[in-house]
Ligand binder design. Structure first.
Ligand code: MG
Length: 393
């Protein structure tokens, strides 16, 4: 069996975008003079990759991280490497793509491109073997997947409480809110961030896990003080408090707090995660399989994490991450972005793919009989997208 053709499709959303008081700290909001510090971190496009074999299988992969650049890397560099190769040699093909791009790759868009192709190759492997990807990677380690609700974007305290109470009533036992006030608002902003956590804890009680997302928005001094003042609220974790390269400062923070620290949403490959482990920087890894190096690399990081007592709770839900969660003892739960109106960009996969798992009572289930990743392309929303398409064969 050989790879016969590779198609990349850039889905650009041109439908309505919900504009509310959605706001969150970002790396840019740590700087003064920012009119819209969220803008560069909202992605209103998504990349779909299709790999076709000479025996008629089509595997789907995807990338949500800077999809336009990712597409260009696949079209110009990676697609020619895969043509006429056996799609089942995933270990070899990952290594071929990684080593061919290592001079300018290693992290970021190049790894997102490799990941998208690796996911599509595993999808083919599943179709050929007649098994879901999680069965090929180790099978079930849990009867179903617990998920936490990833939403609570508002800064309005009443709305926060209403939303949080609603998710709890729907059966979710964990939920994540975003720091609404940036570093530049100093002490007063920190008090407001703490107040956001306090009102959510007040409404959901002690039995629900609360996670706090900082999206790389703070510095060491701010984060240390924030963690100290958050101690009474029993957070499940504090997420991405610092820039991903501040591994040494994460390690110092971890020494100074009892609150578990999570990160790695913007880290790449087994090498990046090995550095985090060596530094004892984090308690929870949150790679996204469609950035970190696909299933091939995600499996290796799970093994490393398991050995070091670090949990893996991938970024973003979606089928490519759910197969990893289902098949690894390192991973106790998944993130769940519900299908909503397009607001930040994360929601877009619901409008592109058919077959994403839907949470019920705080759990997701994967189908033992659905081979591969389990996704196809939706037709319902095609008129809401502009699609830029390229075929390499
Ligand atoms: Mg995050």
């Amino acid at each position: 069996m050989k790879v016969k053709a590779i198609r990349t499709k850039l889905y650009q959303w041109r439908g309505p975008v919900k504009t509310t008081d959605t706001i969150f700290a970002t790396p840019l909001s740590a700087l003064p003079f920012q009119d819209d510090a969220q803008a560069p971190f909202r992605f209103f496009s998504w990349l779909v990759v299709e790999i076709e074999t000479d025996e008629g299988h089509v595997g789907y992969g995807n990338a949500g991280l800077c999809p336009d650049i990712t597409k260009h890397i696949i079209d110009s560099k990676l697609a020619p490497m895969l043509l006429n190769e056996s799609p089942l040699n995933t270990e070899y093909l990952y290594e071929k793509m990684y080593r061919s791009t290592v001079a300018y790759g290693r992290k970021g868009a190049v790894l997102a491109a490799i990941s998208a192709l690796d996911i599509a190759l595993w999808d083919i492997k599943g179709l050929v073997m007649g098994q879901p990807v999680f069965m090929l990677m180790g099978g079930r380690t849990k009867t179903s997947i617990p998920v936490y609700y990833s939403r609570l974007y508002t800064r309005n305290l009443d709305s926060l409480q209403t939303e949080a109470a609603h998710y709890k009533a729907e059966g979710f036992t964990g939920m994540k809110l975003r720091c609404g006030y940036p570093l530049t608002e100093g002490r007063a902003g920190m008090r407001k961030n703490i107040e956001m956590v306090r009102v959510v804890r007040e409404i959901v009680g002690d039995e629900v896990d609360i996670m706090l997302e900082a999206y790389m928005g703070f510095n060491y001094a701010y984060a240390r003080q924030l963690l100290k003042e958050l101690e009474p609220f029993n957070l499940r974790w504090a997420e991405e408090l610092l820039l991903p390269d501040e591994i040494h400062n994460f390690a110092k923070l971890k020494e100074s707090t009892a609150i578990p620290l999570s990160g790695g949403e913007h880290e790449y490959t087994r090498f990046g995660f090995y550095d985090l482990l060596q530094a004892k920087a984090l308690d929870i890894f949150q790679f996204d399989t469609n950035r970190v190096g696909g299933f091939t690399e995600a499996q290796k990081i799970c093994t490393l994490a398991l050995m070091h007592g670090v949990e893996v709770i991938p970024h973003g839900g979606q089928m490519h991450n759910l197969h990893v969660v289902m098949s690894s003892f390192a991973s106790p739960m998944a993130e769940y972005f519900p299908q909503t109106e397009i607001e930040v960009g994360n929601e877009m996969f619901w409008y592109i793919f058919e077959g994403e798992a839907i949470a019920e009572n705080g759990f997701l289930q994967l189908d033992d009989k659905k081979p591969g990743v389990g996704l196809t392309l939706k037709k319902d929303y095609l008129d809401q997208f502009n699609i830029i398409d390229k075929l390499y064969k």
